[in-house]
Design a protein around this ligand. Structure first.
Ligand code: NAP
Length: 475
């Protein structure tokens, strides 16, 4: 929805008459939220704030080494954190509403479906129907978390990322099922605020990401207190008379059945697009049958000329808010006849906000090898120690930088990967370099800012191929 808001703001500013339909179906657990979509209400924003709560817990431990006298043991109160986060989210809901009014965008709290290629039917919570007609229709209805369908008790006793940020009381001892962004980020902040947390990994962590980096992220999490049940899949979830949830799973490493009890089970097993209720079949809007997503062209057009789709609902696009916001704004400009510029989906940077953050832009080492061959790439790397870790005596074994370049004259940078504090802030700047076609020599010509973690990126000099120790030792 934040995507739609950015698109409609742009369209309205360009003099278009715009109406936006928005309707939140409550989660299976009955969680509801306001205007702004997944990112604002049940995604990036509450996640980053809860990640910050966890980082502060680590900072409090570091603080003692830096001379802070902290009387007594420190403990965390879920209700205070969740209440404050929820209040911030509500303020964003309100802010978006006000901006829509200011920009004279017609906001309709209705669930939309397409009647024909120029007609949308909107249904209110009370069942009242409103019919709207439009020259162009843009779909950005995103996706919702999935529940596994073959695990008894999964939906009855578990919840998803649609619920976790709105829980009134602490989830307590939690089993997180899944091993991608959502799973690791949630498990990271739950561990960080002091909860006993286990991640159940079916195959690998962070599929699609550089697997060496994924290993560093999970190694750090394990060292930091998150438990991992590797190569394991849940079989059933049962509620015991005590109220505890008993989870039975098959341990893929031993083949034997195992069980443990938890206060909560969080399913983070992926997201499904919200296409079913849109009436797209009536209009022959082409979907990808395997994913259920809408097939789009480079200009976000669907198989019906005046219907467009962007964001998580569209096939093959990164499921990332800023990518979709940019795509939406560019689409609005094209629809208003102000521009022909298309979205560039290459070199989109991203960060996984795990306890040790991981930022990357460009290709993983695996993908670079697949495209250019093992001998066609040069990987420069470094293990470094963030200055703030030194006095705090924190282990920096997983703080690592990898710059993947084409091997040959130009040494164009293909991918940049960073684990460490503030990975998002570090990666954002370098992503512009990749957009500009930066080479390894551009990186070396860049002067570092001392003392920072980011400066280690412009100093990487050891190649993986050399087999030399990649630990940073000085200048
Ligand atoms: P995802 O990337 O689709 O990953 C799903 C995870 O669940 C995988 O680890 C998968 O394991 C596992 N899984 C699936 N079915 C399972 C089952 N039945 N039992 C056990 N494990 C199962 O989903 P996601 O983490 O929900 O993320 C969705 C999208 O949101 C991502 O594409 C990401 O781009 C976006 N996102 C971005 C951010 C950010 O920018 N920081 C944060 C959160 C989400 P396998 O690998 O074995 O299939």
């Amino acid at each position: 929805m934040i995507l739609t808001i950015c698109l409609v703001f742009t369209a309205a500013q360009l003099g278009q008459r715009v109406a936006v339909l928005d309707f939140v179906e409550p989660s299976a657990k009955g969680t509801r939220w306001g205007l702004g979509g997944t990112c604002v209400n049940v995604g990036c924003i509450p996640k980053k704030l809860m990640h910050q709560a966890a980082l502060l817990g680590t900072a409090v431990k570091d603080a003692k080494k830096y001379g802070w006298q902290i009387p007594g043991p420190v403990s965390h109160d879920w209700a205070t954190m969740a209440g404050a986060v929820q209040n911030h989210v509500r303020s964003l809901n309100w802010g978006h509403r006000v901006q829509l009014q200011d920009k004279k965008v017609k906001y309709l709290n209705l669930k939309g479906s397409l009647a024909d290629e120029h007609t949308v039917k909107g249904l209110s919570k009370a069942g009242k129907e409103t019919v709207l007609t439009a020259k162009n229709i843009v779909i950005a209805t995103g996706g919702r978390p999935k529940y596994p369908t073959n695990i008894p008790g999964a939906m009855e006793h578990g919840f998803t990322s649609d619920d976790i940020f709105w829980l009134k009381k602490s989830p307590g001892k939690t089993l997180v099922v899944g091993a991608s962004y959502v799973a690791l980020e949630c498990a990271g902040f739950l561990t960080g605020i002091g909860l006993d947390t286990t991640v159940m990994v079916r195959s690998i962590a962070l599929r699609g990401f550089d697997q060496q980096m994924a290993g560093l992220v999970t190694d750090y999490m394990e060292a930091y207190g998150t438990r991992f049940a590797w190569k394991s899949v849940p079989k059933k979830v049962e509620k015991l008379p005590s109220g505890a949830l008993q989870v039975t799973w098959v341990d893929g490493q031993t083949g034997s059945e195992a069980r443990d009890t938890y206060d909560s089970v969080l399913w983070a097993v992926g997201r499904a697009p919200e296409t079913k209720a849109l009436g797209l079949d009536r209009l022959n809007v082409q979907l990808n049958n395997a994913t259920g997503k809408i097939v789009v062209g480079a200009d976000e057009s669907t198989s019906v000329p005046n219907i467009f789709a962007f964001g998580d609902i569209s096939e093959g696009r990164p499921e990332l808010t800023p990518t979709a916001i940019k795509a939406g704004k560019l689409l609005a400009r094209r629809l208003a006849g102000q521009s022909t510029e298309l979205m560039n989906y290459d070199n989109v940077p991203t960060t996984v906000f795990t306890p040790l953050e991981y930022g990357c832009v460009g290709l993983s080492e695996e993908e670079a090898e697949r495209r250019h061959g093992k001998d066609g790439i040069e990987v420069f790397h470094a293990f470094y120690k963030p200055l703030e870790f030194t006095v705090a005596e924190r282990d920096a074994s997983q703080c690592y930088i990898k710059v993947i370049c084409e091997r040959g004259a130009d040494q164009k940078i293909l991918g940049l990967h960073f684990t460490g504090p503030n990975a998002g802030e570090v990666t954002q700047g370098f992503s512009m370099g990749l957009q500009c076609g930066a080479t390894y020599s551009h990186l070396l010509q860049t002067v570092g800012i001392h003392p920072t973690c980011a400066e280690e990126v412009v100093k990487v000099g050891i190649t993986k191929r050399s087999g030399l120790d990649a630990a940073v030792t000085g200048c």
